[in-house]
Design a protein around this ligand. Structure first.
Ligand SMILES: Nc1ncnc2c1ncn2[C@@H]1O[C@H](COP(=O)(O)OP(=O)(O)O)[C@@H](O)[C@H]1O
Ligand SMILES: [Mg+2]
Length: 339
């Protein structure tokens, strides 16, 4: 695969102040609240957080795949000088799957059960690249071998149910990569797979990123995946970014108590499993958010001041801009914050 022609663009995709809400019977819940980040060519941004934090909604917003009762309320998603939120659905179809592709958690839901693997991949190539039937099918087979599917000609003639979970996820990757997207969004691509296959899928994504220079957004609740592949990380909690920074900075020197808790919950060989600390409590229901800091009810450092919404503190050095939304990093906390 050749390297993409466009070079030297500082940030390829930039999400600014994104707000997404769902209109529920009890009123609107804001699943993504003022989220901003950017990702450059050849860079991998990790998005971490527990289930329900707004990771998938963020990804689906970039693809403009938020459906009723969901609504993108505000913000910008800038790609190639345009705000994707200003595009018509027709214009967006030219971008989706072509310039910006997404791999979903459960490949069975995004593969068509009645079409062969080969025809699904070649359909995308015919639509976006204008290839003829034969040519598209040849390229589909080539893509299947790129993602290490053995006997690609035979597999191309098979249906999704004939493949194992790991193989189906590879097909999804082949499909996502066949049009050489600039941005590849992976939403928990390995969660449903066993550990060995997980590692293979991750190295495949990494390998293909290096070869094509794509920007990758890797969504996961698995910090192991982040430590392996991300350059920088954002940590989400209840719809907000609570910490961001370079991978090593965030993983070795977490600032936010939530990030600290996530890291302590990772099993380690050098620690007894019963020492594993799990953050007490649960992600709040978005319809009943606590006042002030959303993590306050679960936070072991919480003080009275945390009843007011925290302000983002930034700086702290590091390779990527570092930011944290926690009162501990504000002068108002006082001198003796044990960080
Ligand atoms: N289709 C939907 N209808 C209503 N609410 C939704 C829907 N999808 C997501 N939400 C709301 O958005 C929140 C975040 O969801 P999501 O982005 O899928 O979380 P995750 O971080 O696990 O990917 C959910 O907890 C829920 O409140
Ligand atoms: Mg999700």
């Amino acid at each position: 695969m050749d390297t993409l022609a466009v070079q030297g663009v500082p940030s390829l995709l930039s999400v600014r102040n994104l707000r997404v809400s769902f209109n529920m019977k009890r009123g609107a819940v804001r699943a993504v609240d003022d989220v901003s980040f950017e990702v450059s060519r050849g860079e991998t941004l990790g998005i971490v957080g527990e289930s329900g934090c707004g990771k998938s909604v963020t990804a689906l917003s970039i693809m403009r795949l938020i459906a009723e009762p969901g609504r993108i309320e505000g913000g910008q998603i800038r790609y190639g000088g345009v705000n994707l939120l200003d595009l018509s659905m027709r214009e967006m179809r030219g971008i989706r799957g072509n310039k910006i592709a997404m791999i979903f958690q459960e490949p069975m839901t995004s593969l068509n059960p009645v079409l062969t693997i080969g025809s699904q991949i070649s359909e995308a190539l015919r639509l976006h690249e204008g290839l003829g039937r034969r040519e598209a099918l040849d390229r589909a087979v080539e893509m299947l071998s790129v993602v290490n599917i053995p006997m690609p000609e035979k597999r191309a003639r098979e249906y999704p149910h004939q493949l194992s979970g790991g193989m189906r996820q590879r097909v999804m990757i082949a499909m996502a990569l066949c049009c050489k997207p600039d941005v590849l969004i992976c939403d928990e691509p390995t969660t449903a797979l066993d550990v060995t296959i997980q590692a293979q899928i991750i190295s495949l994504i990494e390998d293909l990123k290096v070869r094509t220079g794509a920007a990758v957004i890797m969504i996961t609740h698995d910090l192991g995946v982040i430590s392996e592949i991300a350059d920088k990380v954002i940590v989400m909690y209840a719809g907000k970014i609570i910490e961001e920074g370079g991978k090593t900075d965030v993983l070795t020197n977490p600032l936010h108590p939530y990030t600290e808790g996530l890291l302590n919950a990772v099993p380690r060989i050098d620690r007894d499993s019963d020492e594993l600390s799990v953050i007490p409590g649960m992600v709040p229901n978005l319809a009943f958010l606590p006042e002030g800091c959303r993590f306050r009810p679960r936070c072991r450092y919480a003080r009275e001041i945390c009843r007011s919404a925290p302000v983002k503190a930034s700086g702290f050095g590091g390779i990527a801009p570092r930011g944290v939304s926690c009162w501990k990093f504000q002068p108002a906390w006082g001198g003796e914050a044990d960080v």
